[in-house]
Design a protein around this ligand. Structure first.
Ligand code: COA
Length: 263
């Protein structure tokens, strides 16, 4: 690794909600590798401690539920006082399960809205006065369900659509001191979501065919998108949702027959 890469996030302090597993843990590792001081927060204290150990680089692991504003604020204050201040905040905690609206209680719907949408509000609202301004960068993890209706996921669709608008409003209210962006990951290998959605090789291959890039993405590729958005290379980018999805949202690639245009 060359010096520029090693130092890209040197001197930056990052707070990553949901960073104890999956995509968010991948982001935490990437940020630490590029020189940032990193704190990850999740619901489970053992998982948080284990994640911090896995990240290395003196990472902190704390437990707090993003649904609890006071708990998440307290975790942020602890991290800000240990690190000095915060430069980067990621809101990535999410919950999901497949159920039709008629099979979903009001509490079931509220649970996903609470984790994804209200959790993102809590993380971003809670961090503002702890941010090193100007120059701070916030990222929320969104999803294609924000734009494309997906049966059996009314809660996640509504929550992610809300997150996209929250990102845009905060970018307006907090610019020019704070940049606020989102990442919309497509199907990403080795995540809880894809294990449930495509549990066997046949389902996976059918899914690959529909994606322009003909494969699932890697956690590391989403982490690279986060690195870009938090780096000086994205200094004029705010209020945007970056699709890191291999072209999943632009259309169904399995329905294309190019030979029809070759006569
Ligand atoms: N179908 C219908 N309702 C469901 C459900 C399902 N598959 N799974 C949970 N619910 C309902 C519960 O019945 C409960 O409603 P009720 O009180 O009316 O019975 C409500 O949702 C809350 O569930 P509970 O398990 O008490 O909440 P929790 O806070 O412990 O966990 C989740 C909620 C979403 C995190 C949990 O479903 C989960 O662990 N999901 C897997 C992990 C995950 O989602 N990872 C991220 C992928 S993006």
């Amino acid at each position: 690794m060359n010096t520029f890469r090693e130092n890209l996030l040197a001197g930056k302090n990052a707070f990553i909600a949901g960073g104890t597993s999956g995509i968010n843990l991948g982001i935490a590792k990437k940020f630490a590798e590029y020189g940032a001081k990193v704190a990850v927060v999740g619901r489970n204290p053992e998982k948080a401690a284990h994640a911090a150990q896995e990240i290395g680089h003196d990472a902190m692991g704390l437990s707090a539920d993003v649904r609890d504003y006071d708990a998440i604020r307290c975790a942020m204050e602890n991290v800000a006082s240990a690190f000095g201040s915060l430069d980067i905040v990621i809101s990535g905690a999410a919950g999901n399960f497949l159920a039709p609206v008629n099979g979903m209680s009001a509490n079931a719907f509220r649970t996903v809205i609470d984790i994804d949408l209200n959790g993102t509000f809590n993380v971003f609202r809670g961090c503002h006065d702890l941010l090193n301004k100007p120059g701070a960068s916030l990222i929320a993890i969104s999803a294609g369900q924000a734009v494309n209706a997906s049966a059996l996921q009314a809660h996640a669709c509504a929550a992610k659509a809300g997150i996209n608008q929250l990102i845009r409003v905060l970018a307006l209210e907090w610019g020019p001191e704070v940049r606020v962006n989102g990442i919309s990951p497509g199907p990403i290998a080795d995540t809880e979501g894809m294990k449930r959605l495509a549990p066997d090789p046949a389902a996976r291959d059918a899914h690959y065919a529909r994606i322009a890039m003909k494969r699932w993405g890697l956690i590391d590729e989403v982490a690279d998108s986060a690195l870009f958005l938090c780096s000086p290379a994205a200094s004029y980018i705010t209020g945007t949702i970056l699709d890191c999805d291999g072209g999943s949202q632009i259309g169904d690639a399995s329905r294309i027959d190019l030979s029809r245009g070759m006569a």
